[in-house]
Write a protein that binds this ligand. Structure first.
Ligand SMILES: Nc1ncnc2c1ncn2[C@@H]1O[C@H](COP(=O)(O)OP(=O)(O)O)[C@@H](O)[C@H]1O
Ligand SMILES: O=P(O)(O)OC[C@H](O)CO
Length: 492
């Protein structure tokens, strides 16, 4: 038997999935790791804990399936994007915890650059906005705040990487400092048109270019590892949202996927030409194969499934995530409670890092069920914000079918609500591990055991299509309530 090992290093857990030669899942291992919140708005991960969790899940999945290293034809890595690690080139030791994509500590740095009129130029080159979400200002913060870091970086002793890059450095025991084009495209330091690091932006943010990894195609040779036995090549890398776009086979311009994990990330394939957004979406690289870039418009929402976790962990009104749908179903249809889950600011298309969450429309009778309903509906409303912005930029009509995945897409109630509030069809595939599948396909195709792009696209299979049932009037009235709630939350 031949396998591909996909490593999915996500925001809350690390997963390893073995796919067999038919691209079927043979086994999965998963471990959650600690989320550190040292100050309000700060989110960190311990890179050593991430590293340990990755090695552990790789070994566990191999053991559970009974796969030997010589049966693994290649490794595909997909990862939480933007999360920033800086480490010592000699020892491989991180100089600080990883600063996670959700972290808002660089909001003031971004505001200063914006006031100085830098945003247009940065957006033109990177497709991104001056928001703390992206890696660039996080690297700057580390160099300016960790004692001695700037001198060490300028002396060429420190390296920067997103999680993929850090994992490859560790897996190859310090031989390879590399990343792929999709991860590079999320750093705020990469010119997505020229396909190289931007000297101008590195100067602007005071990031020495000697720290930056080499950028490769998504399916290429990233080095070999002996750390899980054998000598296994790493052949595929993509940021997790891009890997899901690949796993959902959104290979044609106009195809769109939306992933509902911790946050929600919608990517619309726009083909070989980048589309500059007029509606504050991001322009990003969907994938780069054989040196050819395919671009996407992306809408990034910071809190989707995380709001369900909030119901479970902070409010304690559910014990498990799936209960949210059961509870929402029991809500009083005459109450219009609206939750704006801006727990870590608002992402696309608002980009308000300082905004915080709010609940509107409470009555004496509002209870657990209404909170659950408002939480799941907030996922749909936020997607509609993105949907409108995408239509404005791309001119897509309502016939566009949305392919969904991620943990919260398992909720029939939430997906029906999504279809209702979008007024569009929503397709959920049989294969729920689209992110890992995307990374596995990149590696398997490179290894020569998986089919080409077109044949791979033909293997996509529908689990369920959700069709809109709400009248246009009810849909528009509900969305108008959401828009008023967002404006009020931003004004607070
Ligand atoms: N049945 C469900 N209904 C609603 N939300 C769910 C359900 N199952 C999982 N979730 C949410 O999905 C998220 C986990 O999805 P996952 O794709 O594993 O996320 P990530 O990769 O960001 O860690 C959690 O935030 C959880 O609250
Ligand atoms: O790890 P996830 O699934 O929450 O995805 C995080 C995104 O990549 C952040 O941009």
């Amino acid at each position: 038997m031949t396998y591909i090992l996909a490593i999915d290093q996500g925001t809350t857990s690390s997963r390893a999935i073995l796919f067999d030669a038919d691209m079927q899942r043979a086994g999965t291992a998963q471990h959650e790791f600690t989320q550190h919140f040292p100050q309000e708005g700060w989110v960190e991960h311990d890179p050593e804990e991430i590293w340990d969790s990755v090695l552990r899940v790789c070994r566990e999945v191999m053991q559970s399936v009974g796969a030997t290293p010589d049966q693994i034809a290649g490794i595909g890595i997909t990862n939480q994007r933007e999360t920033t690690v800086v480490w010592d080139k000699q020892t491989g030791e991180p100089i600080h915890n990883a600063i996670v994509w959700q972290d808002r500590r660089t909001a003031d740095i971004c505001a200063r650059y914006k006031q100085a009129g830098c945003e247009d130029d940065v957006t033109q080159q990177t497709g991104l906005l001056l928001d703390p979400y992206f890696s660039g200002t996080k690297v700057k913060w580390l160099l300016d705040n960790v004692p001695g870091a700037r001198d060490r970086a300028e002396a060429g002793d420190l390296l920067f990487g997103t999680i993929d890059s850090f994992l490859i450095w560790r897996l190859t025991e310090g031989c390879n400092h590399v990343t792929d084009a999709t991860n590079a495209a999320r750093t705020l330091l990469f010119d997505i048109h020229k396909g190289c690091w931007s000297t101008e932006i590195c100067d602007l943010l005071d990031v020495p270019m000697s720290m930056l990894p080499e950028v490769q195609d998504c399916a290429s040779d990233f080095g070999k590892t002996t750390l899980i036995g054998g000598n296994i090549p790493i052949l595929g890398v993509a940021g997790d949202q891009q890997a899901a776009t690949i796993g959902q086979a959104c290979f044609q311009p106009g195809m769109m996927k939306s992933t509902y994990g911790t946050g929600c990330f919608a990517l619309l394939n726009t083909g070989p030409q980048p589309v500059a957004s007029k509606n504050r979406l991001l322009t990003t690289i969907a994938y780069q194969l054989d040196g050819q870039k395919t671009y996407a418009l992306e809408g990034s929402i910071f809190v989707a499934g995380a709001a369900v976790q909030w119901l479970r962990d902070a409010l304690q009104i559910i014990e498990t995530a799936p209960e949210s749908g059961e509870l929402a179903q029991q809500a009083d249809p005459n109450q219009h409670v609206v939750l704006v889950p801006a727990f870590t600011g608002l992402g696309a298309p608002y980009w308000k890092p300082d905004c915080r969450g709010a609940v509107f429309g409470l009555t004496r009778n509002s209870g657990r069920a209404e909170f659950a309903k408002a939480t799941l509906e907030s996922i749909a409303y936020q997607t509609r914000d993105l949907w409108h912005a995408m239509q404005g930029d791309w001119g897509a009509d309502t016939d566009v079918i949305l392919r969904v995945d991620g943990g919260a897409s398992a909720s029939d109630w939430a997906m029906q609500g999504l279809s209702d509030y979008l007024g569009a069809e929503v397709d959920r595939p049989v294969m729920q591990e689209t992110t890992a599948l995307g990374a596995a396909w990149l590696a398997g195709m490179r290894a020569g055991i998986y089919p080409d792009q077109q044949q791979f696209a033909e293997t996509w299979a529908l689990d369920r299509r959700f069709e809109p049932k709400l009248s246009a009037n009810d849909r528009d009235a509900a969305y108008a309530r959401w828009q008023r709630a967002v404006q009020a939350a931003m004004a607070f």
